[in-house]
Ligand binder design. Structure first.
Ligand SMILES: [Zn+2]
Length: 185
């Protein structure tokens, strides 16, 4: 986003008051293409039908899929800003998309962990059942598999806690860190 003023908090009131009382001379020329896209997006927001409204034609196809519905995403470039929209109508800034994708990785890992734990419990259960029936060798095969599967579930569990949810806030965290370093020097 273009910045008009970088000022101290104490100066904000005076500048806002001056800007609000100034007459607007310049008529902002919005390019025709941008106006058409804006009106299409307003239509999508109203009717909730991005695909029929032709959303796929207003930008380039992105390499990612929508974290909400897994639909194909279109990349919309507006000056230095990039936004994304999927064909069902979900909209994201680059930061929101990053947050959505990392959150969806976390959900997938939880699902994988749950699946592995269920497998392990079932293998253990079948093993014990066969043990009761007297076939110790066969039972031990199932119980060994149950333990191996539980180990894999533990690995997924650990990686969930290493998986970070990321967004553009990362940039500000890094800036803060840099600021700290400078102060130290
Ligand atoms: Zn979507």
């Amino acid at each position: 986003m273009e910045t008009d003023y970088i000022i101290k908090v104490a100066e904000i009131g005076a500048i806002l008051s001056r800007l609000a009382s100034e007459p607007v001379n310049e008529k902002q020329e919005v390019p025709k293409e941008e106006l058409e896209r804006l009106s299409l997006e307003v239509e999508i927001a109203k009717s909730d039908n991005a695909f029929e409204k032709g959303i796929m034609d207003i930008g380039e196809m992105a390499e990612y899929t929508c974290p909400s519905c897994h639909g194909a995403l279109v990349k919309i470039q507006e000056g230095r800003r990039i936004r994304y929209r999927c064909h069902t109508g979900h909209a994201f800034t680059a930061s929101a998309l990053l947050a959505g994708i990392t959150e969806s990785v976390e959900e997938t890992l939880w699902q994988a962990m749950r699946g592995l734990e269920e497998t392990s419990m079932l293998l253990q259960h079948i093993g014990e059942h066969i043990m009761d029936a007297g076939d110790h060798d066969a039972a031990n095969v199932f119980i060994k598999k149950a333990n191996e599967t539980a180990d894999r579930a533990r690995i997924v569990h650990d990686s969930i806690f290493k998986n970070e949810r990321l967004s553009a806030d990362l940039k500000y965290d890094k800036n803060k860190e840099k600021g700290k370093d400078k102060k130290k020097d």
